[in-house]
Design a protein around this ligand. Structure first.
Ligand code: SF4
Length: 86
């Protein structure tokens, strides 16, 4: 028996961002760093998402280079993965 299960991508079917128009997701979840208002809005949407914890764990595992995932942008992920507070 393997010691750990093979990596599996979570099922995000019910995720808040999956219920939104793709262009809106792109605009807010992949906003430029200088556009903090849009990033904050994306993080707020994550805060109400049923997949928040799974998405957060997955994002910290795969470390997407840009974008808001699990309520974190790339700077949050970097800070947390290097021992900073979440
Ligand atoms: S936590 Fe945010 S990025 Fe992750 S699935 Fe939910 S809405 Fe999408």
């Amino acid at each position: 028996m393997p010691e750990s299960l093979p990596h599996q991508e979570p099922d995000f079917r019910d995720a808040s961002c999956r219920q939104m128009d793709v262009s809106v997701v792109h605009e807010y979840f992949f906003a430029e760093r200088r556009d903090q208002a849009k990033r904050k809005m994306a993080k707020r949407i994550c805060g109400g998402c049923v997949e928040l914890q799974a998405c957060r764990d997955y994002a910290l595992e795969i470390m997407p280079p840009v974008g808001v995932f699990g309520g974190m942008d790339e700077y949050d992920r970097y800070r947390i993965s290097h021992g900073g507070a979440s």
